[in-house]
Design a protein around this ligand. Structure first.
Ligand code: PRP
Length: 182
């Protein structure tokens, strides 16, 4: 994306605020998992940037990093209500301490479905880190153990989240003020 578009986008959360919150979350996670090894599961695609930055602030051993690919939105600005899993874990998570890293919990459908799937595989523990939470659209109660920011009911993009497939590379979270796309 061009510099012009970055300058013209409406910023909700600056890059500096994101990075400073990630440092705090990293410290908290490091403290909570002291003496343990963790298995990190990033939820593609949106969480890839948060996952990369947060991991570098976690100072306990990561014994395995895996990604799952699920999608509930497609190219729309509203959740479709269905979750499709395109890519599953390669390894067994039985008796492992799992930390799921997500970019946003919106209706909660994605995490609700993922938690159900992972719990059936009997990990030692499961915790969730999410950069954003949008409580206004919540349909499933999701406990977020490590939350970056609670946000209002706006369609947001940047820092891993897409705007109709683009703009994931923006260093900040921006607000989309255009027409909704069904
Ligand atoms: C977004 C986001 C979460 C999910 C949250 O993913 O990355 O995984 O929606 O919404 P929910 O709480 O209503 O389920 P999306 O389906 O847009 O896929 P993407 O990450 O590949 O862009």
């Amino acid at each position: 994306m061009s510099d012009e578009k970055i300058m013209n986008s409406d910023i909700m959360i600056s890059s500096e605020s994101i990075q400073s919150r990630i440092k705090e979350l990293g410290k908290q996670i490091t403290e909570d998992y002291k003496g343990k090894k963790i298995v990190v599961i990033g939820v593609l695609t949106g969480a890839y940037v948060f996952c990369a930055d947060l991991l570098r602030e976690i100072k306990v051993p990561v014994e395995l990093l895996e990604f799952v690919s699920v999608s509930s939105y497609g190219d729309s600005t509203e959740s479709s209500g269905n979750v499709r899993m395109y890519l599953d874990l390669k390894r067994d998570i039985k008796d492992k301490h799992i930390l799921i890293i997500e970019d946003i919990v919106d209706t909660g459908l994605t995490l609700h479905s993922l938690m159900e799937i992972f719990e059936r595989r009997h990990p030692a523990s499961i915790k969730l880190a999410s950069l954003l939470h949008k409580p206004a659209k919540s349909k499933h109660k999701i406990d977020i153990d490590y939350l970056g920011f609670t946000i209002e009911d706006k369609f947001v993009y940047g820092y891993g989240l897409d705007l109709f497939g683009t703009a994931r590379e923006l260093p900040h979270i921006a607000i989309y003020n255009g027409e909704p796309k069904k």
